[in-house]
Ligand binder design. Structure first.
Ligand SMILES: NC(=O)c1ccc[n+]([C@@H]2O[C@H](COP(=O)([O-])OP(=O)(O)OC[C@H]3O[C@@H](n4cnc5c(N)ncnc54)[C@H](OP(=O)(O)O)[C@@H]3O)[C@@H](O)[C@H]2O)c1
Length: 273
């Protein structure tokens, strides 16, 4: 159902993986009832699908004017931003804009949305799609208390939230934005090592995958620092110590440092494009 004239608590431009996860989580947590949420997408039907699933409204921008909303979430891909007409983007007046576009600076968003009341730029990560993410955000101004609460609610739908400076978002990207891929890569390496011991594909994957999942859950539930959890499974002269020594001699810490520096440098390059 298309709903052109409604006024919303929160409106999403983009109803894909991240936008959809945020909508589902906001409804599940009773942060907004479905009739206070609206969305739009391009022409692939994601907005209509999300609306049919959740009961939120769809607005078609072809009608020529933007909907009235307290919070606007930009959740399309960065390269899709240019497809939005300036009549639409310039029409969001007195709206708090929350952008989750990777690598798009606040200054660029401000150019496209000159009348937004405040702009927040956030860097989420993929576990956000299941509510287990960590999102850092920055703003171009000090937010009014109501807006700060709205940001905590909207971004909190993806998991944990921290406040940073915009200049720190490239570093956040290098740690938590790209971080899930580092863990997936390590899982792949562990799976390969298991195959090397002769385990079949399914068993190797199960051993590697469940080890990472179990260790993450243990870290989540324990008050101990990861280094202490590591020490607890590392008896002197034991098997784990042999492996940990090998990782350290191989320069694991330096390698992680180098990898995150590379991600950081690339994030800076991309945000200048
Ligand atoms: N996935 C992540 O973990 C992650 C992490 C950090 C940041 N982000 C950021 O999150 C944003 C969304 O990512 P995603 O993975 O959710 O992308 P996605 O699944 O591809 O969803 C993009 C959505 O934007 C819609 N869209 C495209 N062009 C549009 C337009 N001109 N007007 C209105 N809507 C339009 C798409 O509609 P159609 O389907 O109809 O084309 C779709 O609903 C990206 O900017 C990305 O940088 C994602």
């Amino acid at each position: 159902m298309h709903d052109q004239e409604k006024s919303f608590g929160v409106f999403f431009i983009g109803a894909g993986m991240m936008g959809g996860s945020m909508v589902r989580s906001l409804i599940r947590g009773n942060a907004f009832p479905p009739d206070q949420i609206g969305c739009c997408s391009a022409k692939d039907g994601t907005a209509e699908k999300l609306a049919a699933e959740t009961g939120i409204a769809v607005v078609d921008f072809d009608a020529g004017h933007p909907p009235s909303t307290n919070v606007l979430v930009l959740a399309c891909k960065p390269q899709q931003l240019s497809a939005l007409s300036s009549t639409i983007t310039g029409g969001f007046k007195d709206t708090l804009l929350v952008s989750i576009l990777a690598g798009t600076p606040i200054s660029k968003i401000r150019e496209r949305f000159p009348t937004a009341r405040a702009i927040v730029r956030a860097m989420p990560n993929t576990p956000g799609s299941i509510g287990a993410g960590i999102t850092a955000w920055a703003s171009d101004q000090t937010l009014q208390p109501n807006d700060a609460t709205a940001v905590a609610t909207v971004l909190g739908s993806l998991g944990d939230v921290i406040f940073t400076k915009e200049s720190e978002l490239d570093a956040v990207t290098a740690i938590s934005g790209s971080g899930p891929a580092y863990l997936f890569l390590f899982t792949e390496a562990l799976e390969k090592a298991a195959r090397g011991f002769g385990f079949d594909e399914a068993t190797a994957l199960k051993l590697a995958r469940q080890t990472i999942i179990g260790a993450a859950k243990l870290m989540d539930e324990s008050p101990l620092h990861p280094s202490e959890l590591r020490r607890q499974v590392t008896s002197p002269g034991g098997t784990t110590q042999a492996a940990v020594q090998s990782f350290e001699q191989g320069g694991l810490h330096d390698l992680v440092n180098k990898a995150t520096q590379a991600a950081h440098a690339r994030s800076i390059e991309l945000s200048k494009l």
